[in-house]
Design a protein around this ligand. Structure first.
Ligand SMILES: *[C@@H]1O[C@H](CO)[C@@H](O)[C@H](O)[C@H]1NC(C)=O
Ligand SMILES: *[C@@H]1O[C@H](CO)[C@@H](O)[C@H](O)[C@H]1NC(C)=O
Ligand SMILES: *[C@@H]1O[C@H](CO)[C@@H](O)[C@H](O)[C@H]1NC(C)=O
Ligand SMILES: *[C@@H]1O[C@H](CO)[C@@H](O)[C@H](O)[C@H]1NC(C)=O
Ligand SMILES: *[C@@H]1O[C@H](CO)[C@@H](O)[C@H](O)[C@H]1NC(C)=O
Ligand SMILES: *[C@@H]1O[C@H](CO)[C@@H](O)[C@H](O)[C@H]1NC(C)=O
Ligand SMILES: *[C@@H]1O[C@H](CO)[C@@H](O)[C@H](O)[C@H]1NC(C)=O
Ligand SMILES: *[C@@H]1O[C@H](CO)[C@@H](O)[C@H](O)[C@H]1NC(C)=O
Ligand SMILES: *[C@@H]1O[C@H](CO)[C@@H](O)[C@H](O)[C@H]1NC(C)=O
Length: 391
């Protein structure tokens, strides 16, 4: 047991000696030249291939002055890379207890490339179904041979293109977009990458798509006089349209009240009958919709008029007309003779007219006209047909 322990212990010692020497230094990101976008945050990380318990790192910059020591730990950070930061950087690593001679070095060249923040040029107002051109431009290139411009609507790629950059030239790409109303709230993004490197710059515009109003009119009421009516005019459209009610060709009636949000309320009067119009208007366009308001009333002031030329006498024509004030016209006229007497068979009835060509004694009596309106309302009128002194 003891012997085994001894062997094990000696191996541990042997291992420790070998591992305390750093075999290799590695820098991440890898490569002898690393391209970094000016303005981005960036860091180099140094690591060593060994199981050294406490390796010590140091980053230096190969410059003419001083020894250029930057940091004593494994990461070299740039919160925002500048053009002047371009150059060679060296990481050296040594183990805690080893001498300066045993340290290992690794050098990386950092090349800083640059291009400007992309800029969008586009119309200030977007309207549904209208094709608009949007231009994304970028310039001020440094160490950039090609730019790759991608357009996104939300997260959908609409278009991508690669363009060569001539030194310090302005590169731009134009997208023609026919916007829809449901694009509102989505970002239109132009993303620019240089030489297909990972870092990109983007510019986004949150779309706000205008569209024309479309009217929907409705009225709650059967249209009977004295009834409360609500005429409502709804309209979509973006931006939210203004809504106005007008009466065509006439002044607005006093008994009907126009409220905000396109409602009209009031107690109907027969004089309100007419054509009304709702107008919804926004910057895109104006929509108009007409509505015919019919006000039903009656029957009222029902009467029976006689159109006989002479006073009634036997042998003349009896020509009675039932008159009543109502709208719309009567559904039905019912003629009877009271009390309990059927109309004489000679009586010819057509709607509101009753004619007896040759008036005789047995035609005498009280004639009744009953007017029946569509609403179910009825009214009666009476006419006494008699030859003077015979009843
Ligand atoms: C490295 O050192 C810097 C200061 O010299 C410090 O801000 C940073 O947090 C250190 N990073 C690590 C990983 O220790
Ligand atoms: C455009 O994007 C597609 C899909 O991501 C890709 O396959 C293609 O290579 C890109 N085109 C250019 C010119 O980069
Ligand atoms: C690039 O060119 C476009 C179109 O010619 C122009 O609108 C834009 O202002 C220019 N951008 C710069 C940064 O010069
Ligand atoms: C649109 O872009 C802006 C600015 O880049 C960002 O703040 C916003 O969250 C984006 N909106 C959507 C819906 O992606
Ligand atoms: C770029 O991004 C791709 C995919 O995310 C990744 O595999 C690659 O290592 C990145 N390149 C650099 C240089 O960061
Ligand atoms: C109009 O509004 C009514 C009630 O709100 C609705 O039932 C109808 O579908 C709408 N019509 C249109 C064309 O929007
Ligand atoms: C307008 O009238 C509709 C019914 O036609 C009603 O639902 C709505 O609440 C009214 N709006 C206002 C602001 O009065
Ligand atoms: C009904 O007759 C009365 C009395 O003649 C009159 O004042 C009223 O205006 C008439 N109504 C209608 C609807 O003509
Ligand atoms: C009955 O009188 C009306 C009104 O005067 C008239 O129009 C009509 O022709 C007359 N009917 C007959 C059959 O004479």
């Amino acid at each position: 047991m003891l012997w085994i322990f001894y062997v094990f212990n000696e191996c541990m010692y042997c291992c420790f000696v070998v591992c305390s020497q750093i075999e290799e230094v590695a820098i991440s990101p890898p490569g002898s030249e690393v391209f970094v976008l000016a303005g981005s945050a960036f860091q180099f990380t140094c690591a060593c291939v060994s199981s050294c318990k406490t390796p010590q790192f140091r980053w230096t910059r190969a410059t003419t002055d001083s020894d250029g020591m930057l940091t004593k730990n494994s990461t070299l950070k740039f919160s925002s890379v500048r053009i002047e930061d371009a150059g060679r950087y060296t990481c050296d690593a040594k183990c805690d207890d080893s001498s300066e001679k045993e340290k290992k070095l690794k050098t990386v060249k950092m090349t800083v490339y640059a291009f400007s923040q992309p800029v969008l040029v586009m119309p200030s107002i977007w309207t549904e179904n209208v094709a608009c051109d949007v231009t994304c431009s970028v310039d001020a290139f440094d160490h950039v041979d090609r730019v790759h411009i991608s357009w996104y609507l939300g997260s959908d790629l609409l278009k991508n293109e690669t363009q060569q950059t001539l030194d310090a030239a302005n590169v731009s790409d134009t997208l023609t977009l026919t916007a829809l109303r449901d694009h509102t709230g989505k970002n239109l993004t132009c993303e620019v990458k240089a030489d297909m490197r990972n870092n990109s710059k983007q510019v986004s515009y949150c779309l706000d798509i205008h569209y024309a109003p479309k009217i929907n009119i409705s009225a709650s009421s059967s249209g009977m006089e004295e009834e409360e009516v609500v005429m409502s005019c709804r309209s979509n459209g973006h931006p939210t349209p203004t809504i106005e009610w007008e009466r065509k060709g006439e002044v607005w009636p006093k008994n009907l009240h126009r409220h905000a949000q396109g409602n009209v309320t009031g107690r109907l009067h027969r004089s309100n009958q007419g054509v009304y119009q709702c107008v919804a208007k926004n910057v895109v366009s104006e929509a108009k919709e007409e509505m015919k308001l019919e006000v039903q009333y009656g029957p009222e002031n029902t009467s029976i008029q006689s159109f006989s030329l002479q006073a009634i006498s036997f042998g003349v024509q009896l020509n009675l007309t039932c008159l009543s004030d109502m709208y719309p016209k009567a559904k039905q006229y019912i003629w009877t003779r009271i009390p309990d007497m059927a109309l004489p068979k000679e009586a010819v009835v057509t709607n509101s007219h009753l004619i007896i060509d040759n008036f005789q004694e047995h035609h005498q009596g009280i004639y009744e006209c009953r007017v029946i309106h569509h609403s179910g309302n009825t009214e009666r009128a009476f006419y006494t047909a008699s030859v003077q002194g015979t009843i």
